[in-house]
Design a binder for this molecule. Structure first.
Ligand SMILES: NC(=O)c1ccc[n+]([C@@H]2O[C@H](COP(=O)([O-])OP(=O)(O)OC[C@H]3O[C@@H](n4cnc5c(N)ncnc54)[C@H](OP(=O)(O)O)[C@@H]3O)[C@@H](O)[C@H]2O)c1
Length: 259
């Protein structure tokens, strides 16, 4: 039987592009997001074996309902992609408490709900693959206007690694992967809370296709984590080698760019 893959945030952007690619590969898909019309549009481009489940991933009960609907329709789930997320364009000192909560809800707690919902099922089966879509900003905070978004993705990176380490001894066939894109040409920057002031933090913008390539590669050959843009690995190495020197150089670069 075809693989069954659940994708959150499938109504547009990376999730929608991933759905269309996986559909071409013959996978059965369960597409989740809040905007039902957009979800159905994506589904119509994917062909058969597609289930649409309107889901707000900030609501735990809705994430559980998503799992149950997928199991009811297809009888199994092989891969669960926590892809839904939202950016922000508001610096640390300008954040309200509500905005901070919103970032944590949509980027961190949502993925934790996904983990709590799907991992026990994978454990009962002895296999499965969880993929959390994070961001390079969760590792190197180069776009300060993303503030609470970067922080929520940093926390997601940490939860993902901890879960992976917890499972490895008893569940060698359950994979937990982290995918970290840099800036991608979707409407993410428009959808961000407060928009996207002042560009995208100086990193090169990827088209969505190589990001989809990277996620498909992780599905086919599970690895702990991947940067969708190979240049990000060097950026991260430079950052952790010497944070002070990195910040000095980045500051100068941004100053020159804004001239
Ligand atoms: N694009 C980038 O530059 C970039 C860079 C690094 C990481 N990422 C990460 O990649 C993932 C996908 O981003 P994207 O570029 O595809 O962004 P996007 O085009 O804005 O799409 C975001 C998706 O998340 C869904 N979503 C948002 N809030 C939701 C909620 N409460 N419940 C359910 N679904 C929700 C949206 O659907 P509805 O509005 O219909 O609910 C939409 O399908 C995110 O986790 C993002 O943080 C993106």
């Amino acid at each position: 039987m075809a693989r069954v893959i659940v994708i959150t945030g499938a109504s547009e952007g990376i999730g929608a592009a991933l759905a269309k690619r996986l559909a071409l590969m013959g996978d059965a898909l369960v597409l989740a997001a809040r905007k039902v019309e957009k979800l159905h549009h994506v589904a119509s481009e994917c062909g058969e074996n597609i289930l649409v489940v309107p889901t707000d991933v900030t609501q735990r009960a809705e994430v559980e309902r998503l799992r149950d609907a997928a199991l009811e329709r297809f009888g199994k789930i092989d891969v669960w992609v926590n892809n839904a997320g939202r950016g922000i364009g508001i610096r640390v000192l300008d954040l309200t408490e509500e905005q901070l909560d919103e970032m944590l809800a949509v980027n961190l707690k949502s993925a934790w709900y996904g983990m709590k919902t799907i991992i026990p099922y994978f454990q009962s089966r002895g296999q499965g693959h969880l993929i959390n879509v994070s961001s390079v900003l969760g590792r190197v905070p180069t776009a300060t206007f993303r503030s609470a978004y970067s922080a929520s993705k940093a926390a997601l990176n940490s939860l993902t690694a901890n879960l992976r380490m917890d499972l490895r001894a008893d569940y060698p066939n359950i994979h937990v992967s982290l995918v970290m894109p840099g800036p991608v040409a979707t409407d993410f920057h428009l959808n961000a809370l407060g928009g996207t002031p002042g560009g995208r933090g100086g990193q090169q913008i990827q088209t969505v296709e190589p990001v989809v390539d990277a996620i498909v590669s992780v599905i086919e050959h599970p690895v702990p984590e991947v940067y969708t843009n190979p240049a990000s690995a060097q950026l991260v190495q430079n950052y952790f080698r010497d944070v002070a020197a990195f910040e000095d150089a980045w500051f100068e670069r941004m100053k020159n760019q804004s001239r």
